[in-house]
Design a protein around this ligand. Structure first.
Ligand code: M6R
Length: 609
C-alpha cells in the first residue's frame, strides 16, 4: 500500500514531502525516503523504521531543494531495510524514482538490464528496475523515457520520477495504483492520496489508469498512453482530514471492503510468474520437504480461522494431505498430535494475536515446520515462523476484518496449489484451470461490489431483526461462519451460522414466521441440496435471502430475495461470496447506528489470552 509524495515550486520540498508522508502513515510503512534535485544533482536520504528516523537524516539545512519526491515503503519485495527503501536511483545516480505497486515482469527486466547494460542492482526490490529502465531510455527528455520504460513493464504502479538534468519537472505515471496531482500557488504536488496534500491544496486532478503526468512549478499536464493531452476537470476537495484518510468513505470498514479487488491483485500477482507458475516468496520448503509432510494443522482465531476452514478444503483437494483446523485458543491445551512431519500454518492479520503465537510456539516445540500467513511485516508471528507468506492487503484499520480475510484466502489457494504441484498430486490442467480462475478474481471482486445498492435496500428491511441465521454446504459453510461473525461484531445482532444439513438435527426448532435465513448457495455441486434446504425453512415460514452465482435462476423462484455473484468455479466462490455479506453487515450496522470501525468490547489486535 505505502505512499508517494512529490513537490515542485519555490518552497522547501523536504518539509512538504515529510509532512505529506506523515499524513499517509495510515497506509502503513516500514521505511521512508526522499530524493531532491538540487542544482542538477540528485540528493538522496532514506531510512528504515519510522519517519522520525528519516527526519533525523534530512535534518541538516544543506539537504533541501525546490523539487523532490518521497516515499513510505511497506515491504513487499525484499525485507524492510534501508537498501530496499525508496527512492531508487539509476546506476549513474541521475534518475530517481518512487513506486507503489508491483512490477510483475521485474525478473525478466532485471536480467535484460544486467545482460545488455551491465547494471548492478543494489536492492532486492522490483522497483529499482524502473530507475534503470528509465535511465537506459533517457536521451534528455524525462517524459519520453518514462513512457518508453512503462511500455516495457507489466503490473500495477504509481510512479514519480525526477532527473538531475531536468530540475524543472517531475514526471508521474499510473496504472492500477492511486495517484493524484495537486495544484498549488507557484508550486504543484503529487501524491498517492488526498490527505498528503490537504495542508497545501484542495484542488486536485485525479490521474486515471495509463496516464502520464508532467508537473512543473507552473503547470500540470496530463497525457494518455498515446501522449495526447487529456483535459481533466479540477476536483475541489471538501473533506476534512479524518474523512480524507478514509478516502471519502464514511468508515474504514467500507473503504477496506472496496479495497479488496486491489488487495487480491497485489497478493496474487506477485506470486505468479509469466507462465502462471506459483512462486511463494518467503517460503523456503524444498520439494523434498513438501513431500515429507503428512499432516497439516491450520491454527488461527476469529476471521482468520474461517479462512483456515477454506484452507482445509483447498489443501486436501489440491495437495492430498489431511488437514485439521484448530482454534488457536484450544490448540495447545489438548496435546495435539504434532511431529516433524507436520506443517503448522498459522494465520494472523496482525501477527500479534497471543493465542495464535502461543499455539505456534507449542507446535514448534513439538517439531512442526511453521508457515505463517500474515499481513504485518516483521510482526511476532512472522518473526517466529520458519516461513512467511505475506498478504499484501495493506493496513487494515477497521476492527472487522474484510480485506485481510479475502487475501488470506488467496494465500491459501496459492499454498494449496503449490503444495499439490510439489507433491505431484494436482493434475497440470487442474492447476492451470484454477490459476486462470484466480487471475480473473480482481475483476470479479470489482463486479461483486456492484451488489451494494441492492444490499443496502435489503438492509433497510432487515436491520431491525434480532436474530439472523446463515446456512451453506461445502465451502459455503466457512463463508456462512464468516458472514455471521461479520454481522454480529458490527451490528450486535445475534447471528448464527450452521451447515445446512445440520438444521434438522436441532436448530430448525428456532424457526418462526419471518425468521431471516441468509442462504449461501454458491457451490454448483451442492446446489440442488441447497434448494431443498430453502424449501425446508420456507415451509416453516422463514424469510430467505440467497446468495448464488449469476445464471442460477431456480433459486430466485424459491427465495424471497437473491443476490448474485459473478460466475466462477466452486472453489473460488468463497472469495466473492463473502463480499456481499460484508456489505450487508456494514449497512445493517450503519442503520443501527453502531460504532462500525470500533465495535464495543473489541480490539483490532488481541494480545491477551
Ligand atoms: O490479527 P489476527 O488475524 O490474528 O486476528 C484474529 C481475530 O481476532 C480477528 O480475525 C477477528 O476475528 C476479526 N477482527 C473479526 O473481524
Amino acid at each position: 500500500m505505502c505512499g508517494i509524495v512529490g513537490y515542485i515550486g519555490e518552497g522547501s520540498a523536504k518539509d512538504m514531502i515529510l509532512t505529506g508522508l506523515k499524513s499517509l502513515e495510515y497506509r502503513g510503512y516500514d521505511s521512508a525516503g526522499i530524493a531532491l534535485n538540487k542544482k542538477g544533482k540528485i540528493l538522496l536520504r532514506k531510512e528504515s523504521g519510522v519517519i522520525a528516523n528519516l527526519e533525523k537524516k534530512t535534518g541538516k539545512p544543506d539537504f533541501d531543494g525546490c523539487v523532490g519526491i518521497g516515499h513510505t515503503r511497506w515491504a513487499t519485495h525484499g525485507s524492510p531495510v534501508r537498501e530496499n527503501a525508496h527512492p531508487h536511483l539509476s546506476a549513474d545516480g541521475r534518475i530517481a524514482i518512487v513506486h507503489n505497486g508491483i512490477i510483475e515482469n521485474y525478473l525478466e527486466l532485471k536480467s535484460w538490464l544486467k545482460k545488455n547494460h551491465g547494471i548492478v542492482f543494489k536492492s532486492d526490490t522490483d522497483s529499482e528496475t524502473i530507475a534503470h529502465l528509465i535511465s537506459v531510455f533517457y536521451k534528455g527528455d524525462l517524459i519520453e523515457a518514462t513512457g518508453k520504460a512503462v511500455a516495457k513493464m507489466r503490473g500495477a504502479y504509481a510512479i514519480g520520477v525526477i532527473a538531475a538534468d531536468e530540475p524543472d519537472k517531475i514526471v508521474a505515471v499510473r496504472k492500477d495504483a492511486p495517484l493524484i496531482a495537486g495544484i498549488g500557488a507557484g508550486c504543484n504536488y503529487l501524491a498517492s492520496d488526498i490527505p498528503a496534500l490537504l495542508k497545501y491544496t484542495r484542488d486536485i486532478y485525479l490521474v486515471e489508469n495509463g496516464e502520464i503526468v508532467l508537473i512543473t512549478a507552473s503547470e500540470i499536464k496530463i497525457y494518455d498512453e498515446d501522449m495526447t493531452r487529456v483535459k481533466r476537470e479540477v476536483m475541489h476537495v471538501t473533506w476534512d482530514a479524518a474523512a480524507a484518510e478514509k478516502g471519502g468513505y464514511e468508515h474504514f470498514m467500507k473503504k477496506e471492503i472496496y479495497e479488496q479487488p486491489e488487495a487480491i491483485r497485489e497478493t496474487l500477482e506477485r506470486r505468479l510468474d509469466e507462465g502462471g507458475n506459483i512462486k511463494l516468496d518467503g517460503v523456503t520448503l524444498t520439494k523434498k520437504e513438501w513431500g515429507r509432510i503428512d499432516k497439516v494443522y491450520i491454527v488461527a482465531c476469529g476471521t482468520a480461522s474461517h479462512a483456515g476452514m477454506q484452507g482445509k478444503a483447498l489443501i486436501e483437494r489440491f495437495a492430498g494431505v489431511p488437514v485439521e483446523v484448530e482454534l488457536a485458543s484450544e490448540f495447545r491445551y489438548r496435546n495435539p498430535l504434532v511431529n516433524d512431519r507436520t506443517l503448522f500454518i498459522g494465520i494472523s492479520q496482525s501477527g500479534e494475536t497471543l493465542d495464535t503465537l502461543e499455539a505456534l510456539r507449542e507446535a514448534k516445540k513439538r517439531g512442526a515446520r511453521i508457515l505463517s500467513i500474515c499481513n504485518v511485516v516483521g510482526s511476532s508471528v512472522a518473526r517466529e515462523s520458519d516461513d512467511v507468506l505475506y498478504t499484501w492487503a495493506g493496513p487494515e484499520i477497521a476492527v472487522a476484518s474484510t480485506k485481510a480475510y479475502t487475501t488470506q484466502l488467496v494465500s491459501l489457494y496459492l499454498i494449496a496449489l503449490h503444495m499439490g504441484r510439489m507433491r505431484g498430486f494436482v493434475a497440470e490442467d487442474e492447476y492451470r484451470r484454477v490459476i486462470e480462475e484466480l487471475r480473473a478474481l480482481p475483476e470479479k471482486a470489482k463486479a461483486t461490489l456492484k451488489t451494494e445498492e441492492h444490499i443496502r435496500k435489503l438492509a433497510e428491511r432487515f436491520y431491525i431483526k434480532e436474530q439472523i441465521f446463515y446456512i451453506g454446504r461445502g465451502q459455503d459453510v466457512g463463508t456462512a461462519y464468516e458472514a455471521s461473525l461479520k454481522l454480529k461484531e458490527v451490528s450486535y445482532i445475534n447471528s448464527f451460522a450452521i451447515a445446512a444439513g445440520e438444521l434438522k438435527h436441532g436448530t430448525i426448532a428456532l424457526i418462526r414466521k419471518k425468521t431471516l435465513f441468509v442462504v449461501l448457495a454458491t457451490q454448483d455441486a451442492l446446489y440442488e441440496k441447497m434448494l431443498s434446504n430453502i424449501e425446508e425453512v420456507k415451509a416453516r415460514r422463514a424469510h430467505v435471502v440467497s446468495i448464488a452465482k449469476k445464471g442460477n435462476k431456480r433459486i430466485a423462484k424459491v427465495s424471497d430475495e437473491t443476490i448474485y455473484i459473478p460466475q466462477c468455479a466452486d472453489e473460488i466462490a468463497p472469495i466473492l461470496a463473502i463480499i456481499p455479506m460484508q456489505i450487508l453487515a456494514y449497512h445493517i450496522a450503519k442503520l443501527r447506528k453502531r460504532n462500525i470501525d470500533k465495535p464495543r468490547n473489541l480490539a483490532k489486535s488481541v494480545t491477551v489470552e
